[in-house]
Design a protein around this ligand. Sequence first.
Ligand SMILES: [Zn+2]
Length: 407
Amino acid sequence: MRIDRRRLEASIEELGRIGETNKGGLTRLALSDDDRRARDRMVAWMREAGLSVRIDRMGNIFGERAGTEALPPVMMGSHIDSVPTGGKYDGQLGVLCALEAIRTLNDHEVQTRHPVMLVIFTNEEGARFQPAELASGVMAGKIALEDAYNTRDKDGIRLVDELERIGYLGPEPCVARPLRAYLELHIEQGPYLEEEGRSVGVVEGIVAISWSRVTIHGVQDHAGPTPMRTRHDALVAAAQIVTGVRRIATEIGGDLVATVGHLTVSPNITNAIPGKVALSIDVRDPLDATIDRALALVERVVHEACAREGVTSEVEHYWRVPYTRFDGAVVDAIERAARAAGARYRRIRSGAGHDAQYMAMIAPAGMIFVPSRGGRSHCEEEFTPIGDIEDGANTLLLTAAGLARGK
Ligand SMILES: [Zn+2]
């Protein structure tokens, strides 16, 4: 049993036209009009494939292919929202490979004991509404539904209002249900598979992730008459924090990565000394203890930078996901399927967060990676060769079929 490569390729192209940028990338922010159009397209395809479609209160979309027995389903899927000027592979590839796997089961009239279910998660990227993986977080019981509903985008629009506006505020409760397994195919977003000429990564786990917010309070004043010696410049302290965070990562070394990716400078004009700066810090490592060590050093760097400049600050570590170890039996099943599919595979770890992180808390979960050209993602240049996608999709198909047939 093999997937239909041309049909899959055609679906990737068609869905990729919704929200396509003029450089061939994708801007399809969660719950935007383009997200609605892409959802409508997916729901139509799911119905054509004979799936019964349901929507939950977070706008997650489910399509179920019945099993022969009343057993927990094998769920597979990903997300179809993107970052601004992102690519056509992050997220939607996992959803379309799952759809292709179901279409292939239909072609071969395969009956499974467990139902097979396709899922599309709302707002995985966290580009429009924070935090990331919001809807799977609600499903896993780690984020309260009310908090998710009240999350606002940068224009102050509430998530729940956008869900309703685009017609995807569904009736089903967004809660954990028994699952045989959760499977997610995704692009690697790193360089390793391509460097080694592999087509498939059998993912063993996802690094722990920590997000912090630092707010620095200086003294806003005129850029002209204020002498250098009397200044309390919030941005000068922020600059030292940015380089300090980089230094922490290089000093601890190993797999630790740390990034300051977002700054808000106030008043952010040419002729005023910045009075207030807010900045973000993203820290990742396979070991939770290493993250704890890095965060302690971050606090010291912030404290020292602010003392030097005579400014005050607050540090909030507001989001944390521990290391995710995928289910051993599911990982083994994926590895067997990769071998059976003839894929050139290796075991690998994910440096990026995915809905599978939350799903692993409520179900036996696993992920399949396919290579990212140049290791690049979250950009318009994102690309995966179709031959590698085919290997990944066949791995997904054989894993799902095996788990759904079994006890
Ligand atoms: Zn993704």
